[in-house]
Design a protein around this ligand. Sequence first.
Ligand code: ZN
Length: 857
Amino acid sequence: MDPYRLPRTVVPNRYDLRLEPDLTTLTFRGVETIAVSIAEPVSEIVFNAVELAVDEAVVTDGRGREQRATVTLDEAAERCRLALAQPLATGEGTLRLVFRGTLNDKLRGFYRSVYKDPSGVSRTMAATQFEATDARRAFPCWDEPAFKAVFSVTLVIDAALTAVSNTRILETKPDGARKILRFADSIKMSTYLVALVVGELEATDAVGVGPTPVKIWCVPGKRRLAAFGQEIAVDSLRFFEEYYGVPYPGDKLDLLAIPDFAAGAMENLGAITFRETALLVDETAASHAELQRVADVVAHENAHMWFGDLVTMSWWNGIWLNEAFATFMEMLAVDAWKPEWQRWTAFGVSRAAAMSVDGLHSTRPIEFPVRAPREADAMFDVLTYEKGASVLRMLEQFLGPTVFRQGVRDYLNAHRFDNADTGDLWAALGRASNQPIPAVMDGWIFAPGYPLVSASVEGAELVLRQQRFNYLPQPLPWYGAAPAAATPAPARWQVPVQLRVSAGGRDTVERVLLTDAEARRPLPASADSVVVNEGGHGFYRVRYDDTLRAKLLARLGSLGAIERFNLVNDAWAVTVAGLMSLPDYLELTARFRDERDKNVWAVLIGSFSTLNRLITPADRPGLEALVRDRATPALAALGWTPRHGEDELARQLRGDLVRALGTLGNDRDVQARAAELYAAHTRGAAVDPNVLPALIAVLAHAGDAGRYDAFLDRFRKAATPQEEQRYLYALTAFPQPPLVEQTLGRTVNGEIRTQDAPFVARTMLMQVHAREIAWAFVKKQWDTMDRLYPKHGLRRMAEGVIGLATPELEADVHRFFQERKIELGGKTLEQYLEQLRVAVALRQREGAALSRALARA
Ligand SMILES: [Zn+2]
C-alpha cells in the first residue's frame, strides 16, 4: 500500500464543520460531523490531522451503532487513527470529532495576520491557506484532492468581527458576546479549497455577474484601493463563463486582501485570498507593471474556479495542469480586457524565464511522478506555470483557438464536481481536433528541456535541424542527499514550427510539424528573410545562420514585437551557451537603438544586468558607457513626460529606460534629472506613475544615508501596497555597506513582513554592491531565517545565489550548501547552482573578449 495515500475503506461525503477562533488567545476550538461511506468492515479509520488535539471521537456505522474511538495522532505522518472495539458495519455512517488548535504565525493552515489600523494600532485577524496539504492543520480531514466532499461551515466569532467563507451566509445568530454564522453548503470540492477569514473586514458593494455578487474585501481603511481589482474580477468572470460555456460554480465571489500572505493568491472557491499587492491598487498612482500584476493574479484565480475547483487534479502530479491552464487563461482574459496592453507579447518575458531554467541539465519534466505530497511543493515554479502555459499556448495556436476551446469545454463538462488527469484533457482535445494530441504533447510534458532549432540555407533549401538546448555541455556533479536521477530527454520533439518567408514583397506563412532531426523546404532565391517561430508562440529557440540573421537584422521593422523579442532573447541564450561570441551579441544589441517595445528592452536590459554581475570592476565604466549608448536615443525620442495621445506601450517603456540609464548606465544627467523630478513630486507636482518607481530606484542607487532614512520613512508610512513595495526594494539599492547591513538586519528583526523578507534578501544577493555582505549575512542567519520565514521562504531567497557570479563566491556557495547539507526541495538547489555555474563559465570563457569589446565601446 502507498504510505502517502489514505486508505479508501472509509471515505468522506460531507463535513459539518463548526469552528470557534479566538483572536485574543490565538487558539481555536472545533467540532465536526463527517458523513462517511464505509466500504469495508474495518476497525480502524485513518485520515489527516497535524498540530491539532483531538479530544473526542465518536463513530456511527452503517447500522446506526455508535461507539467511542481511541484516538492516536502521528505527527510525523500527519495522520489521525481511530481505533474501534467493534468492526464497523458497512454503509453510510458518521464521525463526530471535537478538537483544538492554535492560530500560528507561519502563514499556513489556520493562521494569524497582524496589521496596523488607520490610527496606527496593531490588529489581528485570522485567515487560512491550505494548498497543498495544510487543511489538516485546521480540522481533521481526508486531505487529498480526490476526496471531494460538501462543506457546511459554521463560525462562532466575536460579535464585533466579520467572517467570510466559501459560500453565502445563511443565518447570523447572536450568542452573548459572540455570534454564530452559518454558511450555505459548498459544491463537492477538495479540502485544499476551503477558506475561512475572520477579522475587522470591509467590503465594496457587490457587482452582479448574472446571479453572482462579486465583492472585494480588505482591512479597514483600504477600500478606496479596491475598484481596479473589482473591475477585472467582474470582467474576467464574465469572460470565463463565456469561454468555458459553464456557469460559475459558486453562489458568490469574494476576493480578500490579507496583510500577511505567503503566496501571491489562493483560488479558494468563492473566497479567493490575495496578498495586498496582488489585489489592492490605486489605479491613478500605479505603474503599468503594478496594475498588470493585479489584473493577472485576479484573472488567474478566477480561471481556477472552473479549472482546479470545479474539475480538480486527482493527485499532486497534476498540479502543473491546474497552474499552467490558469496561467494560460489569465493571459487570454487580460488580453481580451485590455488589448492595448499586448499581453501575449509581454508573456514573452515569462516564457523566457521558463526557458532559462529548462535549458539546464537539472531541469525536470513539467509532469513527473509525485509520491509524497511535499514533493509537490517544489512544483510551484516557472516550469509548472510559465513553461506549462507556454506549451498550452503553442498547442492552442497549433489546433486553432476555437477547436482548443471546444476541447476544454468538453473536458469541464465531462469531469465537473470530480477529478481528472492530464490524459483526460488530451482525450477531450483529441476528440475536438481529430489530432493525435498525446503524440504531439508528450515530449513537451513528460520530458525535460526543449529544442534548439537551427535554420540555415543550403543551396536552394531552407534546412531546419533540432537538438536539445543546454547552456552547459555537461551536467554539474551533484552532491545532494538524493542523487539526481538522469531524466532522459527525448532525442527529438514534435515541434510545431511556423515559418514566414518574405520574397518580392510578399509574405508566405507555412506550418511544419518538425518531427525528425532535420527537415528541408525549398526556398525561393528571391527570399528577403525567413522568420522561424513566426508569431513567437513556440517553446523553442532558433539559431539562424549568419546569412539569415543578417537578413532579419536588416528588416527589423518587418518583425512583430514578439519576433524581435525572440530574436534578441535567443541570440543572448546561444551566446551564454557558447554558440555565439559575446562581442557579436553586443554588436547585435547596437541594432536596437530605435527599439520602442518595452519587452524587447526587457531582454536587452536583462542581458546587460547579467553582464554587470560578471565583469571586473575595471570593465564597469565600459559597460556603463555601452548601456548609455544603447538606451539614450530611445529615451531622447520618448522624452521624460508622456505626450498627449501616446500609446500605452511607450508610456510603459519610459520608466524602464530611466531606470536602466540611471542605474546600469550610471548616467549622471539622468540621475540629476531624476532628483529634480522626485523633489518636484514631494512638493506635490504630478509625475507619471510609470516614471515614479524608476525615479525612486535611481535615487536609491545614487543615494546616501539621508536619502535612505527618508525612503525608510516612506516605506513605513506608505499609502498603498505598491508604494510600500517601491520604497522597500529601494532600500536594497543603496550601495554604502552600512546601509546594506541595515536593510539586511530588517529582514530578520520583524520590520519587514516575513511574506516579503525572503525576496528582499534575494534581491540583495543579486546586486553587485551588496552581494558579498548579503551572502555573509545569509550564511550567518540561515537558521534564524529558516525559523522565521514561511514554508517556501528559504527556497525563494536562495535563488539569489545565482547573482554571486565570481569564481570565489561560487566556490563558497558550494562549500556552504555541501557542509550544511541543505535541501530546498525537488531540484531547486541543483538548478540554482547550475545557473550560477552558467554565469561564471560565461565570465571565464568570454571575460577577455568582453574587456576588449567594452574598451572599444
Ligand atoms: Zn494558480
